[in-house]
Design a binder for this molecule. Structure first.
Ligand SMILES: *Cc1c(COP(=O)(O)O)cnc(C)c1O
Length: 828
């Protein structure tokens, strides 16, 4: 792209569209596809993209009001909202975006390396960047921008100043890769590996490999691991050796691979050695796990193929760092929220992190603590001016710059409230907690500034036991659940009981962002907390106590009404309160659970009452299934559905307006899809848990309870461990003490071998009784060290299994994790 952007006519042609409305003539530089992430910037164009459930065309009017002046649309009907703007009409906006990116890519002279495979793509990409950036100016895809929309956005960042690009490509279903290949046009490819992820859309592993291989159709070189037989065979069946050279490595001693690599553990990590192009070579890697070794082998072969010297490779490998894939979000001191990204320092990742900060509503004051950018290759003057513009356009109130570069360019930040420090120590020496009360704070620094020290002091990480909540998995689970619903069916998510232990605000904010229609809480105070934190979407309260009606009305919370007593009392409160009528309510019908709800016999009287009442309006009518999870109760479920239908018909006769009907909870969605009606109420499945194997495969656990070993000791035979030691050890036993006990929500019933934890990949049983704040684990022969991480539940230690061991259900396990366990939120 020319430095100043593309001229409108050129842009229109590249996107394959027609300019149907003309506004200000200004070059186009930035692309926006997600209306929620808008920052007012000159030369920004909005692509109104349609997805299964949403349509960017809905937001064009709003974006025009917020200053966007260029639009690419496919529904001509919205053009009349866009007076004064440039409007480009295309037949499909997603295709247009891809065309544009392809045309932009085609103008780039340098080589493009594309990476695909099931796992390791991001790490290989980031490591190659770390290895190459001292020698070349490299563009790499930001974070995981690897999809049908992410890839074009990545390619769009290419500038003539780059020497090369590394682009990550991922697919979730058949048919997607050819589109990506056409845009990326890579000269070199790396196929990381093939695994089970996303298998559901593919009939067979070969189909999945072949789909991915579309990416390399025009490539000159493809690098892969020959130990993956399926990948090797698919590549050889497909590619003509005279046009594409297939470069393989092996760590399983396959001498026919181009590069047969020997791996040996060392005290510091792993030594890799092998013969390439007739010369013996070796390199040290500071990692030991098999995934890191595999990723490193790909990088090594790529560098050798590109002709890098052994010395350059060795010095690059010595500096490889672990890749933090996520932004961490934690509760900070004095009511603040901290977003921590202490490992990355390029411009695009700063932009993404600022976007994440921007959507936080808990506090109204936004603060960014940012270090000098390194590794950008851009002249400092230009770079810091751009940074200042970015900070301003993101509505940051306080900017804190750390590093000599930022100190020297303070003048660009005039007009903002600022502070500058020469280094991290300087910042910490002048640190006062009170300066950071009730703010949303971004901590974003290059690795060498060690900003994790700043994040730690802001978040008061004191306890070693944490519950990690992966918010991107909430989104993935939501997408999966939505894929099971008819497009018009709405979703209500249950965030009661602190969102099943996950943290009500953070989960609610994520759901609000992803367009869920309704939230539900158990009690009014839970809803009030969400409102005070800035959640604006509709919230239903399941168990509104009479004493809280006034507060509910003030906070626009919608009650579930389950009896005449509650209905009359609520109407009385409305008459007395100074609020708008009609007020939204939800009716609960008892169809067989026999808990709360109107009985079938009461429905007629209920209808009569409501038909003549102007104070309330029924938004929805619902009932709750007592046994949706099991065939044992299917007869009951169908009976409940029939009764519910009868109640609905009776109400419809009397009410003159429409209302929503809903019956299904998570297991109901899976097992009884015929009862989706207008809305479903999702709880457990959103948090990634299901008792049903078929559905469990598609869900990802959101919560992970982890701690670390405080002390290791050897206990001789004949002794016992902990309080009231019933078990006498028969052999010498290695015991790990971990700082988690029943006061943290680790049930005491798991003691004495009933439950397990995961340490160094091994399942290990609890030893003795679980104490209030501590527990002991038998780790004999596991090769543990003090400080090792311990998973109590998560990906490998299933909550379902833990619940079964305890004779309970996962709901109880999740909601028992005590509030003293710190929650740490991860973003994708
Ligand atoms: C908790 C709850 C749900 C959600 O149930 P899951 O099994 O977690 O999906 C749905 N409806 C009502 C009324 C609930 O109380």
């Amino acid at each position: 792209m020319p430095e100043e952007g593309y001229h409108l006519e050129v842009f229109t042609e590249m996107a394959g569209g027609t300019l149907i409305k003309r506004g200000k003539d200004e070059p186009i530089r930035h692309i926006l596809t997600d209306s929620r992430l808008h920052q007012a910037r000159e030369g920004i164009v909005f692509f109104a993209i349609k997805t299964r459930r949403n349509d960017g065309h809905r937001y064009v009017k709003d974006l025009l009001e917020r200053g966007v002046r260029h639009f690419v649309i496919s529904d001509e009907a919205v053009a009349h909202h866009l007076e004064g703007a440039n409007v480009i009409l295309v037949s499909d906006t997603r295709v247009a975006l891809q065309k544009l990116a392809g045309a932009h890519r085609a103008r780039f002279q340098g080589p493009v390396l594309a990476i695909t495979g099931s796992n390791g793509k991001t790490v290989v990409k980031e490591w190659l960047f770390q290895l190459l950036h001292r020698h070349r100016r490299v563009l790499r895809s930001p974070r995981s921008y690897n999809s049908q929309i992410g890839v074009p956005l990545s390619l769009w960042l290419l500038r003539p100043t780059h020497d090369m690009a590394i682009i990550e490509a991922g697919i979730s279903q058949p048919g997607e890769m050819p589109h990506l290949a056409k845009m990326i046009q890579p000269q070199v490819g790396i196929f990381t590996n093939i695994g089970q992820a996303h298998q559901e859309h593919f009939a067979h592993i070969d189909q999945k490999i072949n789909e991915k291989l579309h990416l390399f159709s025009g490539a000159e070189t493809v690098i892969y691991c020959k130990d993956q037989r399926e990948v090797h065979e698919a590549l050889h069946a497909r590619f003509d050796h005279t046009r594409t050279s297939l470069l393989s490595w092996s760590i399983q001693g396959d001498q026919s691979a181009h590069f047969c690599i020997h791996i040996a553990p060392t005290p510091e990590g792993t030594l890799l050695s092998g013969t390439y192009a007739g010369r013996k070579r070796k390199v040290n890697l500071a990692f030991t796990d098999s995934a890191s070794v595999e990723n490193a082998c790909h990088c090594w072969l790529y560098l050798l193929h590109e002709g890098f010297s052994d010395r350059d490779i060795a010095s690059g490998f010595a500096q490889l760092t672990p890749i933090a894939m996520r932004l961490e979000q934690l509760d900070g001191v004095l009511g603040s929220t901290v977003i921590n990204d202490a490992y990355n320092s390029d411009f695009t990742s700063l932009e993404i992190a600022l976007g994440q900060l921007g959507i936080q509503r808990k506090n109204s004051h936004h603060t960014a603590i940012v270090s000098d950018l390194v590794q950008t290759g851009e002249p400092p003057e230009q770079m810091y001016r751009r940074m200042a513009d970015l900070i301003r356009s993101n509505g940051i109130h306080t900017f804190i710059g750390v590093g000599p570069g930022l100190c020297a360019h303070q003048h660009f930040f005039e007009g903002l409230e600022t502070k500058f420090y020469s280094d991290t120590d300087d910042f910490l020496r002048n640190f006062h907690h009170r300066d950071f009360a009730q703010q949303n704070i971004l901590v974003k620094g290059a690795r060498r500034f060690a900003f994790e020290r700043i994040a730690a002091i802001l978040s008061e990480k004191t306890h070693e036991t944490i519950l990690e909540i992966d918010l991107s998995r909430i989104h993935e689970n939501l997408n999966y659940l939505r894929s099971l619903l008819h497009p018009e069916v709405q979703v209500m998510v249950m965030v009661k009981a602190f969102a099943y232990g996950s943290g009500a605000y953070e989960v609610a904010r994520t759901l609000e962002f992803y367009g869920v229609e309704y939230l539900a809480v158990a009690y009014a105070d839970e809803g009030i907390t969400l409102r005070e934190a800035g959640i604006q979407m509709p919230i239903m309260v399941l168990n509104p106590e009479l004493s809280t009606y006034d507060a509910m009305i003030r906070y626009k919370l919608e009650p579930q009404i389950f009896s005449f007593r509650t209905l009359r009392k609520f109407v009385d409160t409305l008459f007395a309160a100074d609020s708008d009528w009609p007020y939204p309510i939800h009716l609960k019908i008892n169809t067989g659970m026999n808990r709360l709800g109107f009985d079938l016999e009461e429905v007629e009287e209920l209808g009569t009452f409501l038909a003549s009442n102007e104070a309330v309006r029924v938004v929805s009518v619902f009932s709750h299934l007592a046994g949706s999870e099991s065939t044992e109760f299917d007869a009951l479920t169908h009976r409940q559905a029939t009764r519910f239908e009868q109640a609905i018909q009776a109400l419809q006769k009397q009410l003159t307006y429409d209302f929503k009907r809903h019956l299904l909870n998570s297991q109901g969605v899976f097992r009884h899809p015929q009862y989706q009606m207008d809305m479903v109420r999702i709880g457990l499945a959103l948090y990634g848990i299901s008792g049903n194997d078929t559905f469990r495969k598609h869900l990802k656990p959101v919560g992970r309870l982890v701690t670390s070993i405080s002390q290791l000791r050897r206990v001789p035979p004949g002794e016992g461990v902990g309080y009231s030691p019933k078990q006498v050890l028969t052999e010498e036993t290695e015991v790990a003490v971990i700082p988690i006990g029943y006061a943290d929500g680790l049930p005491r019933a798991l003691g004495n071998g009933v439950g397990h934890v995961l340490i160094r990949g091994h399942r290990r049983p609890f030893l003795g009784n679980i104490c209030m704040d501590m527990a002991m684990v038998d780790v004999t022969g596991a090769g543990c060290r003090e400080g090792d991480q311990v998973e109590v539940f998560g990906d490998r230690m299933d909550v379902y299994e833990m619940a079964e061991n305890l004779g309970t259900i996962p709901y109880e396990v999740l909601t028992s994790v005590s509030q003293r366990v710190k929650r740490v939120y991860l973003h994708g």
